[in-house]
Design a protein around this ligand. Structure first.
Ligand code: FEH
Ligand code: ZN
Ligand code: ZN
Length: 366
């Protein structure tokens, strides 16, 4: 099968042919229908040797949706033939956090040599992906794969971040989304779907502001001089009750604290590497709370899928065949993908090959 693999640190990924996996006991083989492209894939590709605990080579892709085509003995999840999305963050499976379904906050993360599908183990930028346990799978019914795959990271991360600041978003409140890209445009939709807040959005790109408006923002403003004053005016002068920063740069963090209401919430989601001086006495809004939410739980992913299946979430995507993966990654680096980039491994006219033969599988679908 074809797979986009990190073959060595500091090297460009390669599209290569590898053996199609055969599910062993309790495992499932998923025929990949879509795999999202994420800035974290770029962080992995650009990592120095030893910077990450992962062992190369492995297949990239941590935002994956497809159809179960074979399962091993004792697999206790959705039946072969069912379509699923993969819950990407994999913890140790046995610590307090993992036992509570919070793999994204595993207590032993620092000891692991893998962090999830496509993060140290073979991921979904391939024609098939092998899952070690049913606990990583959430059924998606007939949700199109290009919609479902981005929900597992862009959607889930945004949803988890909104849930974390929801306490500040009751009636009559205002939320601000900074950065309207693959995650931000879903955050706007999620805020509209699960909070009564007025939703404002800022970005430096005109096309991103248009995307924010299409996604349901009540007001979209360019993040230029004077924007903070305009935003404060939109709140009657008190400031916004919650900011979700999907860029996380020095400039956006400073902007966020300039417009935040005392007692408000600031969730830093973007990995822009920005810094914020937290000091007392100082100039930060008194009583504000800062969080660094990371990805989300399996139960939250099921909630996001339910929102999408109810027609509440619409992911804007740009699709690429696996053969164009390197070009797609370059465009992601340059910020030239509208919404979320998605690889579609089977984007050819060739008939699908016969489904894989499997070792003692309890059942499989043709
Ligand atoms: C994945 C792996 C490591 C760091 C960050 C991420 C995010 O893309 C998860 O949403
Ligand atoms: Zn990601
Ligand atoms: Zn754990």
């Amino acid at each position: 099968m074809k797979a986009l693999r990190l073959t060595g640190w500091g090297r460009a990924p390669e599209l290569v042919d590898v053996e199609r996996p055969v599910p062993g006991p309790a495992e499932a083989l998923v025929r990949v229908e879509a795999a999202g492209l994420c800035h974290s894939d770029i962080h992995v590709l650009d990592a120095e040797p030893g910077e990450l605990p992962y062992r190369a080579p492995f297949t990239l892709g941590h935002e994956v949706a497809g159809r179960i085509v074979a399962v091993g003995a004792g697999f206790d999840g959705p039946a072969p033939g069912e379509r699923v999305v993969v819950h990407g963050p994999w913890g140790c499976g046995s610590c307090g956090r993992c036992a509570a379904g919070q793999d994204n906050y595993c207590d032993r993360r620092g000891d692991l040599d893998r962090h999830g599908v496509g993060l140290g183990v073979d991921g979904g930028m391939a024609e098939y992906v092998l899952l070690p346990s049913a606990r990583h799978l959430v059924p998606i019914g007939d949700l199109p794969a290009d919609q479902a795959a981005p929900l597992s990271d862009a959607g889930l991360t945004s949803y988890h971040a909104v849930c974390g600041v929801r306490r500040a978003l009751g009636d009559g409140t205002t939320a601000l989304v900074i950065g309207v890209g693959g995650l931000g445009h879903l955050a706007v939709q999620i805020l509209r779907a699960i909070t009564p807040s007025r939703v404002l959005a800022v970005d430096i790109r005109e096309e991103a502001l248009a995307l924010a408006t299409r996604s349901g923002a009540h007001l979209s403003l360019p993040m230029v001089d004077g924007a903070a004053g305009k935003l404060r005016k939109e709140t009657g002068g008190v400031g916004v009750d919650a900011v979700l920063d999907f860029a996380g740069t020095d400039a956006t963090l400073a902007f966020a604290t300039e417009v935040l209401r005392p007692g408000g919430e600031l969730a830093v989601v973007g990995s822009g590497g920005g810094q914020l001086m937290v000091r007392k006495p100082g100039f930060l809004p008194p009583g504000f709370r800062l969080s660094l939410p990371f990805w989300g739980t399996r139960d939250e992913l099921a909630e996001v899928v339910a929102l999408a299946r109810a027609g509440t979430l619409r992911v804007e995507t740009e699709e690429f065949p696996l053969s164009a993966a390197l070009d797609a990654i370059d465009r992601l680096r340059q910020g030239r993908i509208r919404g979320r980039g998605v690889l579609v491994p089977w984007r050819t006219d060739a008939p699908c090959p016969a489904e894989p033969s499997t070792a003692p599988a309890t059942s499989k679908i043709g």
